[in-house]
Structure formats: C-alpha cells, structure tokens
Design a protein around this ligand. Structure first.
Ligand SMILES: O=C(O)CCC(=O)c1ccccc1C(=O)O
Ligand SMILES: [Mg+2]
Length: 348
C-alpha cells in the first residue's frame, strides 16, 4: 500500500449552515492486488469523518499490517465508525483493483447484470442572498440541470424562505428543488420552515434537525416536504437510523460511511424499507467522486444524486472522465473506476 498526500483548493467555496468548505486535503492510496494497481482516495472532512491526522495514522497502521497480513489485516485496522475516510481510501483501491482484474467497470462489479450509461445529478447551490441564489440556480438550469439543492439554515428561516421564493419565481415550476439545512434548525424552526417551503414545492429537506434527533425528524414526516437524513448516518449506527422511521430519503456519502461497498449495501437496505437512497460526495477529488458515481450507477432507478461537485475545485487529481450533460453524469464503462492510476496525482 502506498499513500501520498494532496491538497485541493476550492475555486468556488461552498457556504453552508455549518461553515464554508474552502479546501480539501487527503491521501491518495495505491494498492497492488491480483496483478492490478488500484487507486483510492481518503479525504476526511471533520464533522463527518476523522481528522486529517487520524486518517493519516490509520492509513499508516493499515500499511504496516498489510505487510505481514495482506489486505484482510489492513482492513481490520480501518473501522468504518472511527476512521471512515481512511477506510474509504483503502477499500476503494482494493475495489478498483478487483474490478480491473475482473474486467468490469466498478458499478458492474457490484451488479454484473446492470448497464448504466449515466446517473441524474443535482446542482449544489450554497448560501447567498436571494438574488445570488436565484442567479446560481438559473445558471445551473441554463447548464442543463433540472434538480437543484440549496443550502439553507445559515440565516433566519424567513430569509431562507425568501431565497426559495426568489428561486421558484426565477426558474418556474419544472425545476425540482431540494434544501439542505445541515442540522441547523430547532424543532420549532423546522416546522415553520416545512410549512412555508411546501408552498414552493420543495421536494425534501436534508437534515433539518440535529443528527441525534431521530424522533424530531420522524415527527416532521408525512407532509408534502420530505425528510432526508445525512449527518444522522455519520453520527449513528445505520441500523438505528433505518429503524427509526425518521426519513423518506437517505443521503449516502461513501467517504463518511467507510467506502463504496458500505454505501452500496446501505442504498439497497434503504430501498428494501421504502427509503430512497441518494449518493453524494463530500466535495472530493476525482477518484472519490468516481467511486461515489459507481455506487449510484449500481442502484437501479436512482434519483438525482449530489455528485456534480467537481467544478468547485481549483485543481484536481486527474482529468475527469465523467461529464455532466442535461443533468446527467456519464458513467465510465472502462475497467474499475475509470481513471488510470498512473495518471493520478495532484493538479494532473
Ligand atoms: O449533495 C450535494 O449536492 C453535494 C454534497 C454536499 O452538499 C455536501 C458536501 C460536503 C459536505 C456536506 C454536504 C452535505 O450534503 O451536507
Ligand atoms: Mg447534506
């Protein structure tokens, strides 16, 4: 196992209720397995995953364990609940090598019977005043998106409602709107927001309440605006979240869940319970974005996913083979993730 640090600046920082994301630092992971080299990416995001320092220590421990015990021993050092980003990095490299060895794109390693050319994606629009927000959504719609997610919760509920009204007036009824409060609201604020946002046809709100308030989320369900859980999954066991009947939609971030395999398993388990899975990045480099794209591609009839985040980066780890046209992201059909590990490095 070989690891290499990288640091990517966002040319377009994402303003959220829990602060702005301005840069992403992490590690590329390379692993030789079954005569192939696989590549993975560990890009921790504090609040969602372990710290950068804990990620590095976990990868070092895993590399040491691998020398004598192979990939099984390495994986035992990488617990999904404590070091999910480190686990994601190694697990992705292993999966990439396995899919290459089997001669299939990663999504077909998850489900050999599937063929998936593209995955629908939403545009992600950060906090801003009503005009800035409507401008950003209009640009996205002009660029072919028909589903936009707005960050809310960074200002008063009434001010967010003004933003959503401005967006709806600007782009009309045909665009699907979602909101993401990143856990900012009290129960009272959330119920006020849900009542007001219903008028503008908001499909769902991601994490309206704190991550541990599953009962509060369960109470918000049943109206025209759906409830999606995101942070709750990063902070609690998936079994607890699934059993709480607290969500219409589950947001699955492979980086926060310990890897593409864990995210894929959870997507199918959510479906079994009538909960819609949505796969998103944590604003990552191209390796992790492709891993998330393949997870989404492996799930039949998945709705719009939060994968169109590459254009926020000022530089990347390799050219991106997945382009977005008419709100659909193309899925690479070459073996593995769809990037050549030899061409992956910072600012490639
Ligand atoms: O879902 C999207 O549209 C993009 C991803 C996104 O919003 C996000 C990115 C980094 C950290 C947290 C989040 C989030 O969904 O809350
Ligand atoms: Mg979210």
């Amino acid at each position: 196992m070989r690891t290499e640090p990288f640091s990517l600046r966002l040319s377009s920082p994402l303003a959220t209720a829990s602060g702005a994301i301005e840069a992403r630092e992490g590690f590329l992971v390379r692993y030789d397995h079954r005569d192939e080299t696989g590549i993975g990416e560990a890009t921790p995001l504090p609040g969602w995953t372990e710290s950068l320092a804990d990620c590095e220590r976990a990868l070092d421990r895993a590399a040491e364990a691998e020398v004598s015990g192979g990939h099984t021993a390495a994986m035992l050092e990488l617990a999904a609940d404590t070091v999910p980003a480190a686990r994601h990095g190694f697990a992705t490299a292993l999966l990439d090598a396995d899919a290459r060895a089997d001669g299939v794109p990663l999504y077909r390693w998850f489900d050999a019977d599937r063929r998936c050319e593209s995955v629908p994606v939403n545009a992600t629009v950060g906090d801003g005043d009503p005009t800035e927000t409507a401008d950003a959504v209009e640009r996205a719609v002009d660029g072919g998106f028909d589903c936009c997610k707005l960050k809310v919760g960074a200002r008063a509920v009434a001010a967010d409602v003004d933003r959503v009204r401005a967006v709806r007036e600007r782009v009309g009824a045909d665009v699907t709107l979602r909101a993401d409060a990143n856990g900012a609201w009290s129960r009272e604020q959330a119920s006020e927001a849900f009542d007001a946002l219903a008028e503008f046809g908001v499909a769902y709100v991601e994490q309206p309440l704190a991550a541990d308030d599953l009962a509060g989320h369960a109470d918000l369900r049943g109206g025209p605006v759906g409830v999606a859980l995101d942070e709750s999954l990063a902070h609690q066991r998936a079994d607890t979240v699934l059993a709480a009947d607290a969500a219409d939609v589950l947001i699955l971030k492979p980086m926060a869940l310990g890897g593409p395999g864990n995210a894929h398993t959870l997507a199918l388990r959510a479906r079994e319970r009538g909960i819609e899975p949505v796969v998103t990045t944590t604003i990552d480099g191209v390796v992790a974005r492709l891993a998330a794209l393949h997870v989404a591609a492996a799930v039949p009839d998945i709705g719009a996913c939060g994968l169109a985040t590459g254009d926020r980066l000022g530089g990347d780890l390799a050219p991106d083979p997945a382009t977005v046209t008419d709100g659909e992201m193309t899925v690479p059909q070459t073996d593995g993730l769809g990037v050549d590990p030899a061409e992956v490095r910072q600012d490639a």
